[in-house]
Design a protein around this ligand. Structure first.
Ligand SMILES: Cc1cc2nc3c(=O)[nH]c(=O)nc-3n(C[C@H](O)[C@H](O)[C@H](O)COP(=O)(O)OP(=O)(O)OC[C@H]3O[C@@H](n4cnc5c(N)ncnc54)[C@H](O)[C@@H]3O)c2cc1C
Length: 383
């Protein structure tokens, strides 16, 4: 892939920030479990947030490939911090496409400056894979909607500044066609409560439930058309799936680089362990898997940038990225022998962090269903 001068400069900025500011405290931040807002503001100042968003809102107006370069570089330093700009690329684009001008003008620049985090709320307690089969209700009353119900398993649940939610405005029989999307600022809205789960990883971004109890939302905060929230607003997900694949490549590459370096230093049987093919071949295989997935992710983003369909390719990135990153990081952990088993080294944390995305944003099973549906149509989906 040949990069432009602008892309190279942004990649270099992200790389330096990731390696100098993020990587040294990756594990310390996770132990504290706090999303460091000052880091986000610094990223905003460096132009690393919303690089793909329009300049009129503070973005850089770059393409999806450039956003991918930044996601990959940041994840090398901290997989969880890299989730923030990916979320901004997805959520701000949804707002720009579907929100009223006053919502866009207030919120998108704040997101790009690293001052506001928005959670996207789709999953409910009864299930996430069958995403359009949701129950949380929005009832129209005059110039506003009244929202009641629970969203669960929501990234940033207990720390978001606003929520982008999917709610049923039609009947259950209407399925996806009875679902609308809304934008709900947290501070200015009464009736929202939220929790945090004790997760396997990714504590700094957190995950939890959000409860809506007679929450009043102005009708002007509906995104897209009534009853079309699901079909219109969900379209951005192909994009974020390719970015997630690159986050996973970045995290795996960090472990690979560390494992290769160790293989030159550590000695066994009187020689560096890098002289044993039993040590280097698994790392070479990992390097190959990650290189292949990286290319697929950038291919999906290039298709998106050119306005071509990329649903299958994005689903492939989304299931293969976390799955192979997990395996590769696991192999790197083993390369460190007993040191790898210690929490002093970052591999165990990277494994736990990337594993979350084997489920989050749609499971591997659902991604494979999407690929099958692209090949043979709805016959591949049983309802
Ligand atoms: C780290 C993380 C972050 C998340 N962030 C968010 C968020 O920000 N917002 C949000 O709305 N949700 C979020 N989620 C929720 C996530 O999207 C759901 O967990 C996911 O869609 C699966 O839903 P479920 O957990 O209810 O599993 P279920 O739908 O109950 O599925 C259970 C199992 O059955 C399999 N399965 C179900 N149906 C099929 C099928 N037709 N074919 C093959 N296999 C199938 C699934 O793959 C899974 O293995 C997050 C989850 C995680 C782990």
């Amino acid at each position: 892939m040949v990069l432009t001068d602008d892309q190279r400069a942004l990649q270099e900025t992200a790389r330096r920030f990731a390696r100098e500011r993020l990587l040294p405290d990756y594990q310390k931040r996770e132990k504290l479990g706090v999303l460091d807002r000052s880091l986000l503001r610094q990223m905003g100042e460096l132009g690393l947030m919303g690089v793909d968003l329009p300049e009129e809102y503070g973005g850089l107006g770059q393409d999806g490939v450039t956003a991918g370069l930044i996601a990959e570089e940041l994840a090398y330093g901290d997989f969880n911090v890299s989730a923030v700009p990916v979320g901004i690329s997805l959520n701000a684009a949804i707002l720009i496409r579907h929100a009223q001008p006053e919502v866009i003008e207030e919120w998108v620049p704040r997101m790009i400056r690293g001052e506001a985090v928005v959670a996207i709320c789709l999953t409910e307690p009864r299930g996430g894979s069958d995403a359009s089969n949701l129950q949380l209700r929005a009832r129209r009353e005059g110039d506003h909607y009244v929202i009641n119900g629970e969203k669960t398993s929501i990234t940033f649940a207990d720390r978001a500044d606003a929520y982008l939610i999917f709610a049923r405005t039609g009947t259950p029989e209407q399925g996806a066609h009875g679902v609308s999307a809304f934008f709900i600022p947290y501070e200015a809205t009464k009736g929202i409560s939220r929790t945090k789960f004790d997760d396997v990883g990714s504590h700094i971004i957190g995950r939890g439930s959000v409860f809506f109890d007679d929450v009043e939302v102005p009708a002007s905060h509906m995104l897209g058309e009534a009853g079309k929230g699901f079909t219109q607003v969900m379209q951005g997900f192909d994009y974020s799936r390719a970015l997630i694949g690159l986050q996973c490549c970045g995290a795996a590459q960090a472990s690979l680089d560390e494992a290769w370096a160790y293989s030159k230093e550590r000695e066994a049987f009187g020689r560096p362990i890098g002289q044993f093919q039993g040590v280097t071949f698994p790392l070479s295989e990992g390097e190959s898997h990650i290189a292949a997935i990286r290319q697929l992710c950038y291919h999906a983003l290039a298709l998106r940038d050119a306005g071509h369909p990329h649903t299958s390719e994005a689903a492939m990135c989304k299931w293969m990225g976390p799955r192979y990153a997990f395996d590769v990081i696991h192999q790197c952990l083993l390369t460190f022998g007993h040191y790898g088993w210690s929490k002093d080294l970052p591999h165990q944390q990277r494994m736990r962090d990337v594993m979350g995305l084997e489920i989050g944003d749609g499971t591997a099973g659902v991604m494979k269903l999407i690929i099958a549906r692209q090949r043979i149509g709805r016959v591949a989906v049983q309802y």
